[in-house]
Design a protein around this ligand. Structure first.
Ligand code: DX5
Ligand code: ZN
Length: 224
C-alpha cells in the first residue's frame, strides 16, 4: 500500500442512505478509498449496513478500494459474510475478542484481504501492540464509534504520533488511519500527526459541493 500520499476515504455513512451510489458518484472520483461503516446496534448504539451493501458496492465499483470498518459482535457468523463480499480491507475493533485478535486478523489475511485493527478513543495503544507486526492498517478512532457528525477528540492524535514512531522504530508496515470528526479545518493537523488515510463522512457529504470539498480536502492533506 502507498505510504507517501495521504489518502481520503469518504465514509458512505455520511451519504443519503436512499441515494448512496449517486452521492459517491457525485464526488467525481475525488477520493482514494470508500469507507463502509458496519454497525450492529450492539457493539455500538447504531445500525448501519450489512454484507449485502458491501457486496453491492463491490459489484457497482469493481475497481474501488473498499475499506470495511466492522463495529459488530458475532464475528463467527458475520466475518465470513464480509470476507465473501470481497472488500480490499477489513478492520476489526480490538475491544472485541482481544484474546483471539491475532487469529481474527490472520483469518482476514489468509482470505487475501488486508487486515486492519482499530481502537476507540478510550482504549490504550497497549491493547494492540501484540498485533502491530501483522496489521496492514491501524485505525485510531477520533470519536466514540457509532455515529457520524461528532466532534474530533484531539487527545487521540497522541496515539497516532506514537504509532508513527513505533512503525519507524520496529519497521512495521501498517498504514495509520483516523476516523471521526475530520474536516477541512483540522485535516492538516491530522496529517501532520503521521496519518496515512483519513476518513470523512458528514463533512464531505453535507458540503454544498461534495466533489469540490473532497478535492480541497485531499489537497490540504497533501500540502505538508
Ligand atoms: C463512526 C464511523 C465514522 C463516521 C465518520 O463510528 O466509524 O466513519 O462515519 O463520520 P464523520 O466524518 O461525520 O465524523
Ligand atoms: Zn468508520
Amino acid at each position: 500500500m502507498n505510504k507517501n500520499k495521504i489518502l481520503l476515504a469518504p465514509s458512505v455513512l455520511g451519504a443519503d442512505p436512499l441515494n448512496i451510489a449517486a452521492c459517491v458518484e457525485s464526488l467525481d472520483n475525488n477520493f482514494d478509498w470508500l469507507h463502509l461503516d458496519i454497525m450492529d446496534g450492539h457493539f455500538v448504539k447504531n445500525i448501519s449496513f450489512g454484507p449485502a451493501v458491501a457486496r453491492a458496492m463491490r459489484k457497482r465499483w469493481p475497481d474501488a478500494f473498499i475499506d470495511a470498518h466492522l463495529m459488530i459482535d458475532c464475528l463467527d457468523i458475520m466475518l465470513p459474510e464480509f470476507i465473501d463480499a470481497r472488500p480490499d480491507l477489513i478492520t476489526l475493533h480490538a475491544e472485541l475478542e482481544l484474546q483471539i485478535l491475532h487469529a481474527r486478523l490472520m483469518q482476514i489475511k489468509k482470505a487475501g484481504i488486508k487486515a486492519g485493527v482499530s481502537i476507540g478513543p478510550a482504549t490504550p495503544l497497549e491493547f494492540i501492540k501484540p498485533v502491530l507486526n501483522i496489521a496492514d492498517l491501524v485505525l485510531i478512532m477520533s470519536v466514540t464509534p457509532g455515529f457520524g457528525g461528532q466532534s474530533f477528540i484531539e487527545s487521540t492524535l497522541d496515539k497516532t504520533r506514537e504509532l508513527a514512531s513505533l512503525r519507524a522504530a520496529f519497521k512495521y508496515n501498517y498504514l495509520i488511519q483516523m476516523d471521526g470528526g475530520i474536516k477541512a479545518e483540522n485535516a492538516e493537523q491530522v496529517a501532520a500527526a503521521g496519518c496515512d488515510v483519513i476518513v470523512a463522512g458528514s463533512a464531505v457529504f453535507n458540503a454544498a459541493n461534495p466533489a469540490e470539498y473532497a478535492r480541497d480536502l485531499r489537497a490540504r492533506l497533501n500540502k505538508i
